[in-house]
Design a protein around this ligand. Structure first.
Ligand code: NAG
Ligand code: NAG
Length: 767
């Protein structure tokens, strides 16, 4: 019932949201690049290890210029400039005994009973801290990496390993999250083999380990941990907090069945547990719901509740980063994704608001209205907010209240109370996000790189529209970064190196953040791309650098209007000219696919020896398709120029000009009479077709007669016994088109038919 309802409101979603205010629904990408495109000409590099998989753990180390990778049974240290360079790896398998035990416990020896590296953090100046599942026997170790780039090392001492329980999951399928702060590890993880005891756990360092209340569904209820960050609260480090992002089965969704909610949880870094109660447990743990929803027309909201990933974008104020979160819907019927943005002010406000309270099993959840004990639960003991020195001094009523009220009544709403973008009609869902703040000529933009479950990365920006708070999401690029469809499991972004590192089960990919030259060679194309990384420098589309003194930089992200931006710019792109010959009565296909998938294609026609153009009208004789125009049964009157124009954002650009000449069918007959239908080598006409096709558009030949003469001569010089090549398949591309860019490739599909007696339906022969 709920899902049908969900689906129903989604149908109205785009209408409502796209309407007057904001365009938050993603449209088709402007530029789509395949894996091959990226590999051959756009700087994609890849990395994988033989006999490994599952590169889910990436650690970016700008200082050492390294990308550390955790995979199945391996650790790798890659060069940030080029991850494809051959680099040493560390083989770190699980011991044989553990693998056998794992197998006895009913797990698969080859897929599950392996050491999947899930934790990788900088530990001190010379070491990293790494943990793996160790065949359902979590294990951790220190990785020596050297102090500086000059003294790079990469080794582990397998005799010095530690128990990984509470730091790393047992099951490679389980998600966990952790952060290492001052030699202490904060992790959200399942701490048992069966994956039933979930905890937020602090380990390492010199203090006692701390955890959440065990088996208390009010604290954690089947959580899936997504990410965790250390964020200062004030200038006083005593107030520092650790924020956990997860999703879990909601306790408060009374009557709606088993519903998943997204959560943010907080704990104080200086929490050391209670004295008489909550001993070795968090005394400052609080959690709130993270809402990401869109209003439907009927007043009901559509919720995106499956939190997938969270990115923390640092701002000038260390205590106020922006939180970007990726969600999908939990409905089985409807597939949708969203990105919501949250501020720390809104998050802190929720934790300062009312506590959620439930009198007894048959009561509703309500805001707690009684007196909240002092110091208010969730406050770190510090001189900023009180006089207590440690959580061990908290009075019993505070601990009692904290144990019973971990949930806040008010949820955290996103900025502007709605997502900044949604995707509701795609065959993929979002899985990961990384954000780069980019200064541009007309302001700064947060460029989002969103990983999907089909191995693509989307590059998206949000631009302000005319009115306050109204925005428009633009999908600049859709990039296939893995050879096969596979979920993106990790994204790391280096602003310094302008590179993106992408992890998946299949491998690691590295891609520059921008490919300005791929947008085209004209000012208008560069402008229409609306990519904050790129600008028109007077001769090409190149990287925009904000603080350089170069004056001649044209960029207009907000409006993307080439009519104003590029006026006075010489229109450098030469319109590609193509000459085609068609035999009367045959069909000709004029291909034209603009680079931008958002451009609308318009065709015009110009009679020979005139300058007037008119829009090409479709009828049973002229067919418009997605890739071009098909002229069927062409006649002499169809000769002339056919121009393909791309219209985008109010700007029109001519891409191609086809000049068509029509040859009389009797001319063709003349040429083939000697071989006529009675000739035993009748099939050799096919050779003639091929020769003809190869000569069409030959730069040195101008008239049909010349072509035909040459073909005829060549044909007569050929040895008579030459085997007959198979007929040209309708979709074959003769090599001669190879030098043309993809979008100009015009295929003249069997444009002439010699045998007039062949009455097969012509359309069937072509398609
Ligand atoms: C990266 O390194 C590989 C192997 O050394 C090399 O083949 C490739 O050309 C390099 N790629 C780039 C973009 O430098
Ligand atoms: C870093 O930690 C490792 C493991 O505890 C230790 O062996 C090493 O001496 C430490 N390095 C520094 C510079 O403190």
């Amino acid at each position: 019932m709920a899902s049908v309802f969900n689906l129903f409101s989604i149908c109205f979603l785009s209408v409502h949201v796209v309407g007057s205010e904001s365009k938050i629904a993603l449209t088709s990408p402007r530029l789509k690049l395949s894996y091959q495109d990226l590999l051959t000409s756009n700087g994609l590099t890849t990395y994988r290890i033989e006999r490994s998989c599952c590169y889910s753990t990436l650690l970016l180390d700008e200082e050492r210029n390294r990308l550390f990778v955790g995979a199945k049974n391996f650790l790798a240290s890659l060069n940030l400039d080029n991850i494809s360079k051959h680099e040493p790896e560390i083989h770190w398998p699980a011991p044989v005994e553990w693998r056998e035990e794992c197998n006895w416990a009913g797990k698969d020896i080859n897929s599950e009973c392996m050491n999947f590296v899930k934790v990788l953090h900088p530990y001190n100046r010379t070491h990293l801290y790494a943990c793996g599942t160790g065949a359902f026997h979590p294990i951790c170790t220190y990785v020596e990496v050297g102090q500086r780039t000059a003294e790079l090392q990469f080794r582990i001492d397998l005799s010095k390993t530690e128990d990984g329980k509470g730091k790393c999951p047992y099951d490679p399928k389980y998600r966990s999250a952790s952060v290492l702060v001052g030699e202490e590890l904060y992790s959200g993880v399942a701490t048992d083999l069966m994956g039933r005891d979930f905890t937020i756990f602090r380990s390492l360092g010199h203090r006692n380990c701390l955890r959440t209340e065990q088996h208390d569904s009010r604290w954690l209820n089947e959580p899936k941990f997504v990410n965790v960050f250390w964020i200062p609260e004030s200038n006083n480090p005593e107030d520092d907090k650790i924020y956990f992002f997860f999703r879990e089965t909601a306790v408060e969704s009374h009557g709606l069945g088993k519903v998943s909610y997204a959560r943010i949880g907080q704990i104080c870094r200086n929490d050391i547990g209670g004295q008489r109660s909550l001993v070795h447990k968090w005394t400052t743990f609080l959690k709130a719901r993270l809402v990401c929803s869109v209003p439907g027309t009927d007043g009901s909201d559509t919720y995106f509740d499956e939190l997938r990933d969270v990115f923390m974008l640092q701002t000038k104020e260390k205590r106020n980063p922006l939180i970007y979160a990726v969600f999908s819907t939990s409905s089985a019927v409807f597939k949708g994704s969203a990105v919501c943005m949250y501020t720390m002010n809104d998050i802190r406000r929720a934790f300062l608001g009312p506590f959620a309270h439930k009198q007894g099993p048959n009561y509703q959840w309500i805001p707690y209205q009684g007196k909240v004990p002092y110091p208010r639960p969730g406050t770190c003991p510090s001189k900023t907010f009180g006089t207590l020195e440690s959580t061990k001094e908290f009075p019993d009523d505070v601990l009692q209240f904290a144990r019973n009220h971990p949930l806040m009544y008010n949820p955290v709403y996103p900025v502007n109370q709605r997502p900044i973008l949604i995707q509701t009609n795609a065959d993929y869902t979002f899985t990961q996000i990384a954000v780069d703040r980019v200064p541009a000529a007309d302001g700064q933009y947060d460029v989002m790189f969103i990983g999907t479950d089909i191995g693509t990365v989307l590059k998206v920006i949000v631009v302000p529209r005319e009115r306050w708070h109204h925005t428009e999401a633009l999908l600049l690029e859709e990039l296939q970064v893995f050879k096969n469809s596979t979920p993106v499991t990790n994204l790391e972004l280096s602003s310094k190196r302008q590179q993106l590192y992408i992890g998946s089960d299949l491998g690691v990919s590295q891609l520059p953040l921008h490919r300005c030259s791929s947008y085209g060679k004209a000012c208008a194309e560069c402008c229409l791309a609306r990519d904050p990384y790129c600008a028109w420098d007077g001769s090409s589309c190149t990287r925009y650098l904000h603080n350089t003194k170069r004056r001649f930089r044209r960029q207009d992200i907000r409006n993307g209007d080439p009519n104003t931006l590029c006026s006075g710019e010489p229109h450098k792109v030469r319109v590609l000219e193509r000459k085609l010959y068609g035999v009367e009565g045959s069909s000709v296909f004029l291909e034209c696919v603009p680079k931008s998938l958002q451009a609308k294609v318009i065709w015009t026609y110009q009679k020979p020896k005139t300058t007037q153009r008119e829009e090409l009208k479709t009828d049973e004789h002229i067919l418009k398709t997605e890739r071009g125009v098909l002229l069927r049964n062409i006649q002499r009157k169809d000769a002339g120029a056919y121009l393909c124009h791309a219209m985008e954002h109010g700007f029109t650009q001519t891409l191609l000009r086809y000049s068509i000449e029509v040859i009389n069918s009797w001319q063709v007959k003349e040429l083939t009479r000697k071989d006529g239908p009675n000739d035993p080598r009748y099939a050799s006409q096919k050779i003639w077709y091929q020769d003809f096709l190869q000569l069409v558009d030959h730069p040195n030949l101008n008239t049909v007669d010349e072509i035909c003469e040459q073909v005829w001569k060549r044909k007569n010089q050929q040895p008579k016994q030459r085997p007959v090549p198979p007929p040209l398949p309708a979709k074959a591309k003769p090599d001669k088109w190879k030098h043309l860019p993809t979008f100009t490739k015009a295929r003249n599909r069997r444009m002439h038919e010699i045998s007039r007696s062949d009455r097969a339906p012509r359309s069937a022969a072509i398609w």
